[in-house]
Design a protein around this ligand. Structure first.
Ligand SMILES: [Zn+2]
Length: 269
């Protein structure tokens, strides 16, 4: 294997890989506004970099990144591209089904776009699990990096949201060239406690979708929810390394301990 990326290898390399290993990583992101200080591709850049570093650490192959996600509310700002949720479900379903057809048994999906992508991705993996017997798991930095996130967080409650503290610190570590911290502003709104969006604040919460027509004003016409002004690259490095460590641990566990019996291997038609 010359590269961890499937698309940079030859078919023979994949055939050889499958004789030894059965796990593959699939990075999934989004292209959506990330305020004035982070690039539109942030969620995809995060998923891609995590996938690449975990792959190098564990010797695992990575499928081509799925760049686009479900982000209707972010259409309030130009440049955002959103798929319909059923398109994202179908996209992951077809990619995964092709990989399962070739004999990949364990698929680790790294989602860079937290909650909005999760319902369509969960639909796809639940269908595939039951139809094919393959083992699929969705990794989201906010949840698999929960312990380290809570430990290093500097902002007040509500400071972690969109284009906010953790995401900005992470980007300052992996893509400083694409960040413009002079443009970073804070937007921590006073919400009813049930409406907290900060994954590092514990408490009782509800889910209420955002509305594209009010999203600009709700995000102070900037597109930020939380506080990126306390972000720094040192915490980004700590956060990234903890995530790579945790996801690598998961990949090792999948490869070594999860038993799979594939059934219904079919080409998506
Ligand atoms: Zn993001």
């Amino acid at each position: 294997m010359n590269s961890v990326w499937l698309q940079e290898n030859k078919w023979k390399d994949v055939e050889n890989y499958l004789q030894k290993r059965k796990t593959i990583i699939i990075p999934v992101g989004s292209v959506e506004q990330h305020a004035k200080h982070l690039p539109l591709g942030t969620d995809s850049f995060v998923a891609i970099k995590l996938a690449e570093d975990v792959a190098k650490e564990t010797g695992t192959l990575v499928a081509p990144p799925l760049w686009l996600g479900w982000a209707p509310h972010h259409m309030a700002f130009p440049g955002t591209i959103t798929l319909r949720p059923e398109t994202l479900t179908s996209l992951l379903y077809d990619v995964a089904k092709s990989l399962i057809y070739h004999g990949f048994e364990k698929l680790v999906i790294i989602n860079g776009h937290r909650e909005a992508n999760l319902p369509p991705l969960k639909t796809a993996v639940t269908k595939l699990r039951n139809e094919t017997g393959a083992f699929l798991t969705i990794v989201d930095p906010f949840y698999i990096g929960s312990e380290i996130g809570k430990k290093i967080k500097k902002s007040e409650p509500g400071g972690v949201g969109h284009a906010a503290e953790m995401e900005t610190s992470h980007m300052l570590h992996i893509h400083p060239d694409l960040c413009d911290m002079d443009q970073a502003v804070k937007n921590v709104a006073e919400n009813h406690r049930y409406f907290s969006h900060d994954p590092f604040v514990s408490g009782d919460t509800v889910f209420s979708p955002s509305d594209v027509h009010e999203y600009r004003s709700k995000t102070n016409h900037v597109g930020v929810v939380g506080d990126p002004t306390v972000s720094n690259k040192e915490n980004g490095k700590i956060y990234h390394e903890a995530l790579v460590h945790n996801i690598s641990d998961l990949v090792h566990h999948c490869e070594e301990n999860i038993q799979v019996e594939l059934r219904n291997k079919e080409i998506p038609l």
